[in-house]
Design a protein around this ligand. Sequence first.
Ligand SMILES: CC(C)(COP(=O)(O)OP(=O)(O)OC[C@H]1O[C@@H](n2cnc3c(N)ncnc32)[C@H](O)[C@@H]1OP(=O)(O)O)[C@@H](O)C(=O)NCCC(=O)NCCSC(=O)C[C@@H](O)CCCCCCCCCCCCC(=O)O
Ligand SMILES: NC(=O)c1ccc[n+]([C@@H]2O[C@H](COP(=O)([O-])OP(=O)(O)OC[C@H]3O[C@@H](n4cnc5c(N)ncnc54)[C@H](O)[C@@H]3O)[C@@H](O)[C@H]2O)c1
Length: 719
Amino acid sequence: MAQYTRVSGSVGLITLQSPPVNALSAAVRQGIVDLMQRALSEPEVKSVVICGQNGIFCGGADIKEFGGQMSGPPLIPMIHAIEAASKPVVAAIEGIALGGGLELALGCHYRIAHSKARVGLPEVTLGLLPGAGGSQRLPRLIGVPAALDLITTGRHVTAAEALKFGLVDQITDHNTVNVAVKFAQRVADQPLDARRISTHPCLCPSDVAVLFEEVMQRVRRTARGAIAPIACVQAVRAAATLPYNQGMERERELMATLFTSGQARALQYFFFAQRAVGRWSMPSGARWDTSKPRPVHKAAVIGLGTMGRGITVALAQAGFSVVAVETQEKQLMEAKQAISGMLERGAKRRGVAPALDKINYGRNIQSVADVDLVIEAVFEDMALKKKVFQQLSAVCKPSTFLCSNTSGLDIDQLACQTRNPELVVGMHFFAPAHVMKLLEVVYGPKSSPLAVATAMQLGKKIGKVSVAVGNCRGFVGNRMLKPYLEQALFLLEEGATPEFVDQVLEEFGFAMGVFRMSDLSGLDVGWKVRLADGLAMPDPTMGQPTRLRQGRRYSPLGDLLCEQGRFGQKTGRGWYQYDKPGSQVAKPDPWLHSFLDEYRARHALVAHRIDHQEVLERCLYSMINEGFRILEDGIAAGPEDIDVIYVFGYSWPRHRGGPMFYAATVGLNKVLERLEHYYQAHPDVPSLQPCHLLRKLVASGSPPIQKWREVIKKVRSQL
Ligand SMILES: CC(C)(COP(=O)(O)OP(=O)(O)OC[C@H]1O[C@@H](n2cnc3c(N)ncnc32)[C@H](O)[C@@H]1OP(=O)(O)O)[C@@H](O)C(=O)NCCC(=O)NCCSC(=O)C[C@@H](O)CCCCCCCCCCCCC(=O)O
Ligand SMILES: NC(=O)c1ccc[n+]([C@@H]2O[C@H](COP(=O)([O-])OP(=O)(O)OC[C@H]3O[C@@H](n4cnc5c(N)ncnc54)[C@H](O)[C@@H]3O)[C@@H](O)[C@H]2O)c1
């Protein structure tokens, strides 16, 4: 909807009204079309101002409409009509002008923005391009290089930056609508021809062809298979090389291709999934909207290794006072230096002062007595963690929340060491903790809704996307990683190379294949866990590792590499070789290939030809199958939780929506059929056995992903 008022006698004020972000729904578009006609027909009205209610100009097209039959007046002619109007139209931009919202403003003759407003064309993040003339008007207004930057990244810019670009005409600290109305009165009689951006020539640098070539190469390199960034470059190239009308035609063609692509559907699903995870619930029925968090002012981090340092930086940067405790003197010194460096670099990037004074360092756990929340990040060793939780429980205020950054140990066992187990949750960060967006908030059987709500809110405050999950070995992310890693090893045993498996996964869109990723994070991490589990022990009778452990197929390949001191990048050798320890350039290693040949010969394994399809299906479907088990067990409340965890924590390509959305795209019956096929071929691999929920979903006609929760509820109620 939109509302019309006449202000100061001669200005028609059109206010977009569609909470929460004044998206351009059919009703809003209809309102704008009708009210523009009214303003143009009233002789007293000399100029028009368009603004949005509640201090928000417009969040763009209504993304919810994209999924269905679109109705109402189309956006492109609506914006053309505004630009063609005989009376000046001024956009009063408060809050945000994004996507179609900015395109609407670009159709206006003038743009006045509040100093705190942000503008941008984020369509690329939804698998689209600015398809209401944005790709053609923006380069004409601010030049090709700046337009390419904004359109291919989708980044939001501040009002000050927008003014520098010439994207807005004026910024104000006062009431933007009042300023815009006065401005509209001043320009009421001025000629409009030069203000119609579509009539401007496109501002191109002399080496524009080289520029497009360079940008296209960069975009292809970083897109990981996403098509929208490439279409964005093509659309801007059309603006630079074609007359406006032909450019608009090209924009329309490209948009039509994107609009109906699976990638746009995946990215739009993911947009809503990110928001859905904030509406968490627990099996007890506790929910985000009925559970109040308690404020946290002062926090502590215990253990300043890789993770503790990043967590300390994340907390300090968000303004929290932090007590940082490390028992080892040498580690403490190194940590202080590393944390200060990270804070200084971060502050320089953001143009603010480094938050060095937010942190108090110490070696004694007693120094955390008065904090509101503790995050433990000591070694992944249950005995040590239990001891630390006992100490914390004795030292801290009774109301202090005690959280663990464990990668997968039982939160309940830690809670049992404390006086107030209801205040214990997992806060599982991802490395590097000050950079990675994901936080798994893990509730155990005793965790209270208060503790979950507090950890979720803290996550939000430090800029994380937080997902509440249940307590089980590996939680959601690492639990699903296990069958994925396991399949990758089995594929090596059966004839594949690490290079081939990685290539297939990287072509699929992962930032790194499974073996390059293992080399980066360190092969010793998983080895220690397998040793602790009694899995990585060599067979004592044979002096040889066997391939069956605890009743199921087991690949000792990773253990054998670790026994040789091949821990990955840090030792300069792993699944690949590196020029020196710490180097990041992975090179195929002939030693590894001979080692694999010998290993296969020793175990009478005949290498067979493994193709792309087999790598993808075995690695991904086994992981997806575990995802269904996680849903069935109630560890994740819905598929969105899993998808958000995988995109933000494990570099799953966003344009494929996440593993569960991908399963829905491939077709659940196909996933089931292929899992059945592989399970038949490998009956000693339980992770390939299709789980009950997957079968149930297929039996229910493979409903769309938005309906899975209903089936999950039924399956769980029958357990
Ligand atoms: C706006 C934000 C920055 C606000 O952030 P904040 O953190 O404050 O709040 P939330 O993110 O939690 O959002 C609150 C609430 O609002 C919902 N929401 C936000 N934005 C939208 C939106 N644009 N539409 C619908 N709903 C929205 C959000 O989901 C939350 O609700 P929930 O219930 O989920 O909690 C932030 O929200 C944000 O960044 N929003 C997105 C901004 C954006 O990306 N805008 C661009 C939209 S796409 C667009 O504008 C396209 C245009 O270029 C025009 C395209 C023209 C279309 C023409 C169609 C041609 C098709 C051709 C096909 C031909 C086919 C054929 O030939 O057959
Ligand atoms: N490294 C990762 O990628 C990663 C990712 C997510 C979670 N985690 C988890 O985070 C935790 C820490 O991992 P990390 O990689 O940072 O380990 P790390 O080995 O780098 O650091 C652990 C630090 O804890 C210190 N420490 C040990 N006992 C202590 C005590 N009683 N009091 C104070 N400090 C103590 C050690 O001196 C060391 O500096 C583990 O539980 C791990 O599973 C790690």
